[in-house]
Design a protein around this ligand. Structure first.
Ligand code: HEC
Ligand code: HEC
Length: 348
């Protein structure tokens, strides 16, 4: 995919070299830019660089199955360089043009806390960055590469921390980094009405239909219009549970990650093929991690007929650092999701 150069000269790297150097460790020679600017208002998100009004070239989107982050409210935007397209040759792994930027804003209690950015600066490299909002809510400052601890209390004695670059890479990938909420399933027009933590879709948001109509997919994918991607299962509750798993677990629990190749994959592509088969595999896959208090060797990933030995449920309920799942990104357990999964189990 030939992308255009980064259009906004303001984002090139004339900024605070010290900060940039510490943010991006592995800088390949010849990159267009090797750092994130020190302030969010310099990243191209806002019109005329003023935090507040979104630059109309950035388009909002909302993945139908969101990631849960201690109850944060989120907004997301994408910028594609003019004239560029998304390479959809590999349907499961879209390739974004050089210059693409994504932002995600996190709010707790109605206040902006952090805005994360993913920026494809060259064919070889994406930059990860997070910006912490100031008290006056007028702009946000680049967070150091190892993140920032305890920035806002989300429950008595529990605080949200801004992840460091290594954590971004743990979820977004280090070998082939990229976005996680911008794919055919997440942007499908066949949107799941039962999605756990599902967000309302507003008219200004990008979907597969708007991408297709604007000619932004290359090659064009009319099949995504005639048969919008949908998790393959006849049961609506199973569909919603699998949607939750792919968004909250599937970026690590998949064939490409560090977790063994024989472990069941929660990658969106597998759910599009056969969701019921994924459920079946979860039910028979014996885990190395044993549910506390259960007989050794009895634990499986998730068996609707045997919730007590279901390691996925046990690890979602736990917030002990050594056992909690997801292993990073949250300090609270996702009670709404646990309730939904328990209800789905009891209907069995
Ligand atoms: C626990 C895993 C996890 C961590 C850690 C994480 N992300 Fe994400 N991120 C996701 C998932 C999953 C999505 C898509 C779902 C959503 O947005 O609700 C996402 C979405 C995003 C988006 C919107 C574009 C997209 O991917 O759909 C941006 C920008 C982003 N993350 C940046 C970052 C940055 C920068 C960091 C580190 C400071 C980071 N993320 C840390 C999992 C993670
Ligand atoms: C950031 C990556 C990441 C995310 C996100 C993630 N996991 Fe994991 N998971 C791992 C790793 C690495 C292991 C293996 C090490 C361990 O057991 O702690 C693992 C192991 C597990 C195991 C034990 C598997 C076995 O065979 O022993 C279960 C069960 C599990 N995860 C459930 C979940 C659930 C449920 C979610 C989503 C709610 C989730 N994980 C999200 C990385 C992740």
């Amino acid at each position: 995919m030939t992308g255009r150069a980064v259009t906004s000269g303001a984002v090139a790297c004339a900024f605070a070299a010290a900060l940039c150097g510490s943010l991006v460790r592995a800088t390949a020679a010849g990159d267009e830019a090797d750092c994130a600017p020190p302030h969010l208002s310099q990243t191209g998100l806002y019109d005329a660089g003023r935090a507040g009004v979104i630059d109309p070239r950035n388009r909002r989107f909302s993945p139908q199955y969101p990631l849960w982050t201690d109850g944060a409210e989120k907004s997301r935007w994408i910028y594609l360089p003019p004239g560029s397209t998304i390479d959809t040759t590999s349907p499961d792994a879209w390739v974004f043009p050089v210059g693409t930027r994504f932002w995600k804003e996190f709010r707790f209690g109605g206040r902006k806390v952090e805005t994360r950015m993913l920026w494809r600066v060259s064919a070889a490299r994406w930059i990860f960055a997070s910006y912490r909002w100031n008290d006056a809510q007028t702009d946000a400052d680049l967070v150091p590469a190892d993140g920032q601890r305890d920035v806002v209390e989300v429950a008595p004695g529990r605080s949200h921390s801004i992840p460091g670059i290594a954590d971004c890479a743990a979820c977004h990938g280090s070998k082939r980094p990229g976005p996680l909420g911008f794919n055919a399933l997440q942007l499908s027009t066949d949107r799941d009405p039962n999605a756990i933590h599902g967000e309302p879709l507003s008219r200004d948001m990008i979907t597969l239909a708007t991408l297709n109509a604007s000619g932004l997919l290359s090659p064009a994918r009319p099949d995504l219009m005639t048969t919008p991607p949908r998790i393959q299962t006849a049961d609506p509750a199973t569909r919603a549970v699998l949607g939750y798993f792919t968004a909250n677990c599937g970026h690590c629990h998949n064939r490409t990650g560090d977790i063994g190749p024989d472990a069941p994959s929660l990658h969106h592509a597998d759910l599009l093929r056969d969701g019921d088969d994924v459920i079946r595999r979860l039910g028979v896959h014996r885990t190395q991690w044993q549910v506390p208090g259960q007989r050794d060797g009895a634990s499986v990933m998730l068996d609707r007929a045997a919730p007590d030995v279901s390691a996925m449920l046990a690890r979602m309920r736990s917030r002990r650092p050594s056992s909690q799942m997801p292993p990073l990104g949250t300090v609270l357990r996702d009670q709404e999701a646990i309730n939904a999964i328990e209800k789905w189990i009891s209907r069995n």
